[in-house]
Write a protein that binds this ligand. Structure first.
Ligand code: DAH
Length: 339
């Protein structure tokens, strides 16, 4: 009997179970009414009386040890499975790493919010586009250089299918299916066949805005631009419009803002001019309206487009465009406190 108990003491001290089913099997084997320990208890009657005291104590120890062992194994499963571990209140709190929003997302939302306050709503379109929406509907001549393989990614098997080179494609998608008034902003990713360097990447992000209604004039455009510039870069920001050319707007302009780094005094960032270019804009070319089934004798509109990376660089002075897509945590964590 004593030998049996000793063997079981040794055995139960080293019990192992890898899941709750195995643990239950152990409990049944040792501790149930028909288990090994209960059987020994039954046998206790037959122990000679001079040994009863010693055997009794050993049996109790065996039972206790087995119960404790099974309980501790059970706790171990509960800890790993459900997390309901006994809470150690003295333990130091460990930091929970919080993710940060990407600077481009922060700025994109800020741009969209400003236009939303002017009554614009968000519109989106596909990144894989067709030639019509990216070029033809927007008045690009057949031999326009932007259509060149050098600038545009084409889907090899079908030259009609391209990765959009600008978010202006969303303009025509919306105009084709909606009659004015139209007031949309279109944020999104665009692709160009550029060699990657600190100032160019093969993909980047733009926000396009389009307003079409009766009697929309260049003055409306200018007012919206001034509002945007002041909201984005501060009340003292000045704007300047320079004549430019885009196939889809007539007249076209590029907008500069007073350099927000030196306040217009002149610094390396603005190449000592006091001004930095931030977007392209203009009155929607009547051809574009007609291409989309909008009567250009009744309606007019303005459009503008800007690069989100450019605006982000101006706000946060990021010197190397590649940092936006490298996912370096040290860079991203710098925007922790940006809202
Ligand atoms: N799509 C132009 C680009 O990618 C930007 C642009 C210029 C958009 C003038 C416009 C605009 O809507 O009116 O460079």
């Amino acid at each position: 009997m004593i030998e049996k108990i000793k063997a079981l003491l040794d055995e139960t001290a080293h019990l192992l179970a890898s899941n709750t089913e195995e643990l239950e099997a152990l409990r049944i084997k040792y501790l149930s009414k028909k288990g090994l320990i209960a059987a020994l208890m039954d046998d206790f009657r037959n122990v000679p009386s001079d040994q009863k005291r010693e055997v009794g104590m050993m049996l109790n120890e065996l039972k206790q040890q087995t119960q404790d062992k099974i309980l501790s194994l059970k706790e171990q499963f509960e800890n790993t499975n459900t997390g309901h571990a006994e809470t150690d209140l003295s333990r130091t709190a460990y930091p929970i790493p919080l993710g940060t929003r990407h600077p481009l997302s922060i700025v994109k939302e800020e741009i969209c919010d400003i236009f939303k306050r002017l009554g614009f709503s968000i519109a989106e379109g596909p990144e894989i586009e067709d030639d019509w929406h990216v070029f033809s509907s927007l008045n690009f001549a057949e031999d326009h250089p932007a259509r060149d393989m050098q600038d545009t990614f084409f889907i090899q098997s079908n030259p009609e299918v391209v990765l959009r080179t600008h978010t202006s494609s969303v303009q025509t998608r919306v105009m084709e299916r909606t009659q004015p008034p139209i007031r949309i902003i279109c944020p999104g990713r665009v692709y160009r066949n550029e060699a990657i360097s600190y100032r160019a990447h093969c993909f980047f992000h733009q926000v396009e805005a389009l307003y079409v209604d009766k009697d929309v004039s260049f003055a409306d455009l200018k007012q919206a631009l001034l509002f945007f510039a002041k909201e984005m870069f501060g009340e003292n920001t000045k704007i300047r419009l320079r004549p430019s050319y885009f196939p889809f707007t007539e007249p076209s302009a590029e907008m500069d803002i007073s350099c927000n780094i030196c306040g217009g005094e002149g610094c390396p960032f603005c190449k000592y001019t006091g001004w930095v270019e931030i977007l392209g804009c203009g009155m929607v070319d009547p051809n574009v309206l007609e291409n989309c089934g909008i009567d250009s004798k009744i309606y007019s509109g303005y459009a503008l487009g800007m690069g989100i990376e450019r605006i982000t660089n101006l706000k946060y002075q990021v010197k190397d465009l590649r940092m936006f897509s490298e996912n370096d945590k040290r860079f991203l964590e710098e925007f922790q406190s940006a809202h």
